[in-house]
Design a protein around this ligand. Structure first.
Ligand code: COA
Length: 161
């Protein structure tokens, strides 16, 4: 039986280990991580999915700013290699985005594969620049409210809380 829960303190290192397993070494050197340094994640959107206690998938979100507007940065998201392709990633993304909408977030940003994230409604954001080096074709956005990305352009900046 699967259980979806908010990530707690006790989950932290297990989630880190899952990310280490699923991503290339040096993931924390990516420019997107500079936006996360010393910024608290959005706790209610950081979810862990367990089957009989075993961690199967996890997702985290951070707040960032674009043109002074609040934006959710989706990721990292990862599914354990033995469980990929079973819909767990899609489930985590759908559930967390629904919660983000309920919490009043209006727009979401991520750096990822358009062919995968397109199925959730993410589209290329042409006016938004991630810190280099980021392939602009991988900068994708989703609106949680009508026209929420309209006029929101510029460099992605660290959250100033
Ligand atoms: C990407 C990831 C989160 C998807 O989760 P998942 O549970 O395996 O995916 P789902 O079961 O929800 O969806 C599977 C579908 O997505 C497709 N898919 C998975 N990764 C893809 C990618 N990178 N690009 C395009 N399509 C992809 C599969 O081909 C499959 O397609 P189908 O439905 O037509 O058969 C997971 O595979 C993973 O953790 N990968 C390694 C880490 C990673 O790359 N994270 C994302 C960073 S951008």
């Amino acid at each position: 039986m699967y259980r979806l829960e908010e990530e707690g303190k006790a989950d932290f290192w297990e989630v880190e280990a899952l990310y280490d397993l699923c991503f290339a070494p040096g993931r924390e050197a990516l420019s997107s991580y500079r936006l996360r340094d010393d910024v608290a994640p959005v706790a209610p959107l950081c979810l862990v999915l367990r089957e009989d206690g075993v961690l199967a998938a996890a997702i985290r979100y951070w707040p960032v700013l674009v043109g002074g507007q609040p934006v959710l940065l989706l990721g990292p998201v990862a599914v354990h290699p033995t469980r990929q392709g079973e819909g767990l990633g899609g489930y985590l993304i759908h559930e967390s985005l629904a919660e983000a909408r309920r919490l009043g977030w209006k727009r979401v940003l991520l750096v990822g594969d358009a062919p995968y994230y397109g199925r959730f409604g993410f589209r290329r954001l042409t006016g938004v620049r991630m810190p280099p080096p980021t392939n602009p074709e991988r900068v994708l956005g989703l609106e949680l409210a009508p026209d929420a990305w309209a006029g929101v352009t510029g460099a992605v900046e660290k959250w100033r809380g």
